[in-house]
Design a protein around this ligand. Structure first.
Ligand SMILES: Nc1ncnc2c1ncn2[C@@H]1O[C@H](COP(=O)(O)OP(=O)(O)OP(=O)(O)O)[C@@H](O)[C@H]1O
Length: 373
């Protein structure tokens, strides 16, 4: 375990009763002072990871380490971790000050110290002067801030946030994304944020863990994950993608839709079947003669900043294009793209291959190694 790491999961499995595991042999390391996001569809196991870190539940197998100490059985109130819940879990009968002070009162902190700490926490979330407001007089965004103030008031080493923005409308949600990110930077505390919203994850995180079916599919920086998705699930879940089948002819040369294209990928077997991802914004509309692909426009929608144009090639592959130019439905057009726009993925691994690869990375104890290559 290196000095920067704060939490380590070592081959953690979590089962409820005789059902298949909710988390299946998961290993990762979180570093101090970073903003992490757990991203995945409903039921994939995100909240279970948070509950394991917080100590609300214990692993069925494997080990959880915090600051170099194994904490599998350490009670929640002994962990240097606070949680912000989706519904904020504020006490409606207490005012703002008392909500934030609650944990400190239980710990029998001195009155003058409580006052100073609560004031500082409220100031951190821009709620100076709101101490004696009732919770019911606060808006959704303000309640959210009270919940965050309560989580930071005793300076934990880590804050867990379980979909804390999901109850807010879009505009407020975007504002709070900026605020939370800024707050994390100022505090320097490790944040672990759960969401199923990929745009939120891309906007806020130092590192994202994409989870599906109780397994971490990929972890990395937002750009790593967006530009180099490891498999079809990640490519589909993060942003929109065009995914077609093809084969890797040799290093830096891939074939799809019956044509060969130079690319930046290597390390595949000669003629290995692969999947190719090209993002819709990386495709440009041109004439059929100038295009690298020839397609027919099937439909288009105006999305404000761009047109979303759906096309099909001769093999009936669908190509989604985001373009500021309008196209004509039914017309033959060409699509051009740069070499860097092509991203080659290995075909779906078998469960066994996937597990073997994750084990290799877990041994190295470095979450960044989850990426392939
Ligand atoms: N106490 C429990 N008993 C039985 N099954 C549970 C329990 N807690 C969670 N599960 C199951 O574990 C799976 C993962 O749940 P979890 O809450 O971690 O998912 P999630 O990714 O956070 O989903 P969501 O985005 O919907 O909150 C779900 O199928 C859920 O039904």
């Amino acid at each position: 375990m290196n000095v920067a790491s704060i939490i380590q999961f070592k081959n953690v499995t979590k089962r409820f009763g005789n059902n298949p595991p909710v988390l299946d042999n998961v290993s990762f390391t979180l570093e101090r002072g970073k903003f992490y996001t757990l991203l995945g569809p409903s039921g994939c196991g995100k909240t279970t990871i948070l509950r394991l870190i917080a100590g609300f539940t214990e692993p069925s197998e494997g080990e959880i380490w915090f600051n170099g100490q194994k904490i599998n059985h350490l009670p929640a109130n002994k962990r240097q971790v606070n949680t912000v819940f989706q519904d904020y879990a504020l006490f409606p009968h207490l005012n703002v000050f008392e909500n934030v002070a609650f944990g400190l009162r239980i710990k029998k902190v001195k009155k003058t110290e409580i006052e100073a700490k609560v004031k500082q926490a409220l100031s951190f979330v821009n709620l100076d002067g709101y101490e004696y407001r009732e919770i019911r007089e606060m808006s959704g965004g303000q309640r959210q801030r009270v919940a965050i103030a309560r989580a930071i008031v005793n300076k934990p080493e880590m804050i867990l946030l379980d979909e804390p923005l999901s109850a807010l409308d879009l505009k407020l949600r975007t504002e709070m994304q900026y605020e939370l990110r800024e707050l994390q930077r100022r505090l320097g505390i490790t944040f672990v944020f759960v969401t199923h919203d990929q745009e939120e994850a891309l906007a806020m995180s130092d590192e994202i863990f994409v989870i599906n079916n109780g397994k971490i599919q990929q972890s990395g920086t937002p750009t790593d994950i967006y530009d180099e998705p490891i498999n079809r699930f990640v490519a589909d879940f993060i942003g929109e993608s065009n995914i077609v089948e093809g084969k890797m002819v040799e290093d830096y040369l891939v074939e799809f839709v019956g044509k060969k294209f130079e690319c930046d990928d290597k390390g595949f077997n000669a003629n290995e079947p692969v999947e190719i991802v090209i993002r819709p914004e990386d495709l440009e509309i041109t004439t059929p003669e100038l295009g690298r692909l020839q397609v027919r426009v099937d439909s288009q929608l105006f999305r404000g900043v761009h047109y979303e144009i759906c096309c099909y090639d001769k093999d009936d592959n669908e190509w989604l294009v985001h373009s500021t130019k309008k196209a004509k439905v039914g017309k033959e057009i060409g699509l051009s793209f740069d070499r860097e726009a092509i991203h080659v993925m290995r075909l779906g691994e078998t469960e066994e291959e996937f597990d073997r690869r994750l084990e290799t990375y877990a041994d190295k104890g470095d979450s960044a190694q989850w990426k392939v290559n």
